[in-house]
Design a protein. Structure first.
Length: 363
C-alpha cells in the first residue's frame, strides 16, 4: 500500500478535498456530493451479518480473475487529472493515494463471462475493454469491512460492448468509486444489486463521447444503517444516450440515499438522458433521500428526471388477502413487482435466473 500523497496548491484537487484529506478524512465532511453519506459517523447495527457466498456454479463458461491476470500501473502520478465538470470525488483521491493500482485487459480472455471477486484484491483496478465482442463482467463486492475507498476504472474503447452485474451484499463497510470512460459508439449496461449492508457508498462517474449508450440500474433491498449511491453522468459529444433507474426498498430503520446528476455539454446535441429514483418504505423508522439533477447547456436534447418515495399500497395487500394469499406472501409479490425492472435489464439468462433466485432469498 502506498503512503498518502502530498497535495499542493498547484493541482486541481479542490481546496475542500485537500483540507479533508490532509486532516481526518471522515470528520466534519461538508462536500455537497457526500451530503447524506454520513462518512463522519461510525454506522453500526444490532444485526449480525451472515456471510454471503456468490455461487456462480450454475453459470456456464465463467473465468474467475486472479491477481496473476493483472499488471501493476501507476495511477498516483495521474491523480491531478480530472476530466469531469463536477466537484471532484474524495473517494477517488483517497483511494488512489492509499492503495496501489493494477489493470486487467478483459479482451485477453476467451470466456464470455468474467468474475471479479474483490475479496481477492486489495488494489484499485483499471479494466480495459477494446474490441466489439460483448463480454459480461460479474463484480462481487460482498462480506467487506473496509473504510478505505477503492477505485474501479472502466475504459471502453470505440465500438466496445460490456455488461456488468455488481453484487454488493453483507458488507459492514464498503466504499467504491466507479469511473466509466466511454469512447465513440461504445455500449455499457451496469446493474448493481445491493442488500443486507450496514454502511456502503457507491459512486458512479461516467463520461460519454459520441453515439455512446449507458444503462445504469440499481436495486437496493433490506439494508441496515446507510446505503448511499451517487452518480454523475456527463454527455460530452453529440447523440449519446443514458438511462438510469435506481429502486430501493427500505426497512429496519435504515436510510437509503440517491443523488445523481446528468450533465450535458454545449456541444452534446441530440443527447437522450433519463434518470429515475424510486423508494418504497416499509416502516415508520426508515428514510429515503432522493436528489435527481439535470445540468444542460445544449438546446436540442431529450432529458428527464424524477423521483418517488412511497409506502406499500394497503389496498393491494388487501386484494391479495381477499384472494387467499397471506400477507407475508402478498408483501413479497408486491416488492418483487416493484424491483423487477432492474433485473430484467440483465441480458445473460443464467445470470438473470441466479439474480432472481438471490432476490427471492433476500425478500
Amino acid at each position: 500500500m502506498s503512503t498518502a500523497v502530498k497535495l499542493d496548491t498547484s493541482d486541481n484537487i479542490s481546496n475542500q478535498n485537500k483540507k479533508v484529506l490532509l486532516n481526518n478524512p471522515f470528520e466534519n465532511f461538508k462536500i455537497e456530493n457526500y451530503k447524506y453519506a454520513q462518512l463522519h459517523k461510525n454506522i453500526t447495527s444490532d444485526v449480525s451479518l451472515e456471510y454471503h457466498e456468490i455461487d456462480l456454479s450454475s453459470i456456464s463458461s465463467v473465468k474467475k480473475l486472479k491477481l496473476t491476470d493483472a499488471v501493476d500501473i501507476d495511477l498516483l502520478s495521474d491523480l491531478n487529472k480530472w476530466n469531469y465538470n463536477n466537484t471532484d470525488s474524495f473517494f477517488r483521491v483517497n483511494s488512489i493515494s492509499e492503495r496501489s493500482s493494477i489493470k486487467i485487459d478483459l479482451d485477453f480472455f476467451e470466456e464470455e463471462v468474467l468474475h471479479l471477486d474483490l475479496s481477492l484484491f486489495k488494489e484499485n483496478i483499471q479494466l480495459n475493454k477494446v474490441n466489439e465482442l460483448q463480454k459480461t463482467l460479474i463484480i462481487n463486492n460482498s462480506n467487506f469491512s473496509d473504510h478505505i475507498p477503492r477505485s474501479i476504472i472502466l475504459n471502453l474503447s470505440e465500438n466496445s460492448n460490456l455488461n456488468i452485474i455488481h453484487y454488493c451484499i453483507s458488507n459492514s463497510k464498503s466504499f467504491l468509486y466507479f469511473e466509466i470512460n466511454q469512447q465513440n459508439n461504445s455500449k455499457l449496461k451496469f446493474i448493481t444489486f445491493q442488500s443486507n449492508n450496514i454502511h456502503t457508498r457507491n459512486e458512479f462517474f461516467s463520461s460519454l463521447e459520441e453515439n455512446c449508450s449507458l444503462d445504469l440500474y440499481g436495486l437496493n433491498i433490506h439494508n441496515h444503517g446507510v446505503n448511499d449511491n451517487y452518480s454523475f453522468i456527463q454527455h460530452m459529444k453529440p447523440s449519446s444516450q443514458s438511462r438510469e433507474v435506481f429502486k430501493s426498498i427500505v426497512d429496519n430503520g435504515a436510510v437509503t440515499n440517491f443523488q445523481g446528476k446528468i450533465y450535458v455539454d454545449s456541444v452534446a446535441q441530440k443527447t437522450d438522458g433519463y434518470q429515475m429514483s424510486r423508494s418504497l418504505i416499509l416502516d415508520n423508522d426508515s428514510k429515503a433521500n432522493n436528489k435527481p439533477e439535470l445540468e444542460i447547456y445544449a438546446d436540442d436534447v431529450k432529458c428527464s428526471h424524477g423521483s418517488t418515495v412511497s409506502k406499500l399500497n394497503q389496498d393491494q395487500v388487501y386484494y391479495f388477502k381477499s384472494r387467499g394469499i397471506d400477507e407475508e406472501q402478498a408483501l413479497k409479490i408486491l416488492q418483487k413487482a416493484f424491483l423487477v425492472e432492474t433485473l430484467e435489464a440483465i441480458e445473460n439468462s443464467q445470470i438473470k435466473e441466479y439474480s432472481y433466485n438471490l432476490l427471492e432469498m433476500r425478500l
